[in-house]
Design a protein around this ligand. Structure first.
Ligand code: ARG
Length: 396
C-alpha cells in the first residue's frame, strides 16, 4: 500500500503559488461545523468562503475554525503517540505579526506559555497563512530549542545532527561557546527582511540536568536536555490554507531523549560511555551491554525530569494512553490514522501494547507537513541567500 507520508512515500509536495482548493475548504468546514454544532449552520459560511476564494485565491479562517483546525491537525498526526490530549491544545492566534522582531518576541512568549512554571502545556502559535504566489515568513530551525554541534580536531562536540546548521550560523556571524549543550540561535526569515538571528533569553529555555537515582557518577557526565520539544518547521494545512510558520509543542516521552537524542550513534552516542561507567563487558554483543546501558540512561532521564518537577511521560504509560485515545475516537466514529514505525517506542517495543497490532494508514486533513525545503534549511543545507551572495574567496 502506498499512502503519502508513510514509509517510502513522500507527502504531497506543496505548491505555494496554488490557490486554496475549494473542495478541501468545504470538506474542512463541514467537519468543523458538524463536530461543533454551536458554530451554527455551515451553508452561509460555505457560500462566503467560495466567494472569497474565487475573488482572492484564498480565504480567512475565523478564530474558531483556526483553533479547531489546529487541534484536528494534531488529532490526525499519524506519527504522534500523545494524541489523547488533542482537545487540550492552546492555540495562540498570531496571524497579525509581520516583522522578525514581532515574530521572535511571540516565539519567546510561546515558550513562556508552554513551559513557564514547568507545568508544561501543549501550545501552537499560528502565524500568517501563505498567500498564493507571495513570499511568506518562516523559521529555519527544526525546533525552537536545539543544541549546536561543532566539528573539532577531537571529533564532534554537541549534537551531530546540527553540525551543518551550526556551520551556517557561524557563516552568518554567530559565535557559539563550543560546549556540548549550547542553545542555537533562532533564524527568522520574513518577506521584507533577510534572515535574522535571535538569541533566546536564558529564562525562556528550561533545561534539566541529568542524574541517576542510584549511580552517583552519572551526574558527572554533565548531561542535560531541554524541557520543551517545540517543532518549528512543519507547515500546518487547514481547509486548503497553509500556515508555514506554526510552531507547536507538547512534552517529552523519556525515550525521545534517552533512547534517541542521547543514545543514537549519529547523535550524542552515549551508550558506550554509560556502559563503561556501569563496568559492562562490551567485548561482544551478546552481553546485551547496549540494552543495559539504554535502560539506565532512560531511568536517569525520567528520574531527573521528575526530580526537577518538569512534566515527562514514560513509554509504557503513553502507549496505554494512546490505546485509550483510539478507543475514544472509535466510539466517536472516527478512524485513527497511525504510523506503526513511529508509534512503537524505540526501546522495549514488544513490552508495550502498541506493538501488537496494525493501524489505519491515511493522510487525513487538517495535518502537519514537513516540506523538503524546510527540512534542508533546518539541516543547514538549504538555500542560504547570505552564504550564496558571500564570495568564498576575496575577489581582487
Ligand atoms: N523527538 C523530538 C525530540 O527529541 C521531539 C518530537 C516531538 N515530541 C513530543 N513529545 N511532542 O526533540
Amino acid at each position: 500500500m502506498t499512502v503519502p507520508g508513510y514509509r517510502d512515500m513522500p507527502a504531497d509536495t506543496w505548491d505555494p503559488s496554488a490557490p486554496a482548493d475549494p473542495a478541501e475548504a468545504e470538506e474542512f468546514l463541514r467537519l468543523c461545523y458538524t463536530e461543533q454544532p454551536r458554530l451554527g449552520p455551515v451553508e452561509p459560511r460555505l457560500a462566503a468562503v467560495r466567494a472569497q476564494i474565487a475573488a482572492t485565491g484564498t480565504y480567512t479562517h475565523t478564530s474558531e475554525e483556526l483553533t479547531w483546525g489546529a487541534k484536528v491537525a494534531w488529532r490526525n498526526a499519524s506519527r504522534c503517540i500523545g494524541r489523547l490530549y488533542w482537545r487540550s491544545l492552546t492555540v495562540l492566534d498570531r496571524r497579525k505579526a509581520r516583522t522578525a522582531d514581532e515574530i521572535f518576541s511571540l516565539l519567546v512568549r510561546h515558550l513562556d506559555v508552554a513551559g513557564g512554571g514547568s507545568a508544561l502545556r501543549p501550545v501552537i502559535s499560528v502565524f500568517a497563512p501563505a498567500v498564493p504566489g507571495r513570499p511568506y515568513a518562516r523559521v529555519w530551525n527544526e525546533q525552537l530549542i536545539r543544541y549546536a554541534g561543532y566539528r573539532t580536531e577531537a571529533g564532534i562536540v554537541g549534537d551531530p545532527r546540527y553540525v551543518s546548521f551550526t556551520d551556517a550560523m557561524h557563516a552568518m556571524g554567530w559565535r557559539g561557546r563550543g560546549g556540548p549543550f549550547d542553545v542555537l540561535p533562532v533564524v527568522v526569515e520574513t518577506p521584507d527582511e533577510a534572515p535574522r538571528l535571535f538569541e533566546l533569553p536564558e529564562q525562556a529555555v528550561l533545561e534539566v540536568p541529568i542524574a541517576h537515582p542510584e549511580l552517583s557518577w552519572f551526574e558527572r557526565l554533565g548531561l542535560r536536555w531541554h524541557a520543551v520539544p517545540a517543532i518549528s518547521n512543519m507547515r500546518l494545512r487547514v481547509g486548503g490554507v497553509d500556515y508555514p510558520l506554526a510552531p507547536f509543542n507538547g512534552w517529552y516521552m523519556g525515550t525521545e531523549i534517552g533512547a534517541r537524542n542521547l543514545a543514537d550513534p549519529d547523535r550524542y552516542n552515549l551508550l558506550p560511555i554509560v556502559a563503561s561507567g556501569l563496568g559492562l563487558d562490551t567485548s561482544h554483543e551478546a552481553t546485551l551491554w547496549r540494552d543495559r546501558a539504554l535502560v539506565e540512561l532512560n531511568r536517569a532521564v525520567l528520574w531527573s525530569f521528575e526530580r526537577a518537577g518538569v512534566k515527562i511521560t514514560d513509554h509504557h504509560t503513553e502507549s496505554s494512553r494512546f490505546l485509550a485515545h483510539m478507543r475514544n475516537e472509535e466510539k466517536a466514529g472516527r478512524p485513527v490514522p497511525a504510523d506503526w514505525t513511529w508509534i512503537v517506542p524505540p526501546m522495549s517495543g514488544g513490552a508495550t501494547p502498541v506493538f501488537h497490532r496494525y493501524y489505519h494508514e491515511a493522510d487525513q486533513r487538517p495535518n502537519f507537513y514537513l516540506d523538503s525545503e524546510a527540512a534542508s534549511l533546518a539541516r543547514g543545507t538549504g538555500v542560504c541567500p547570505v552564504l550564496e551572495s558571500a564570495p568564498l574567496v576575496p575577489v581582487a
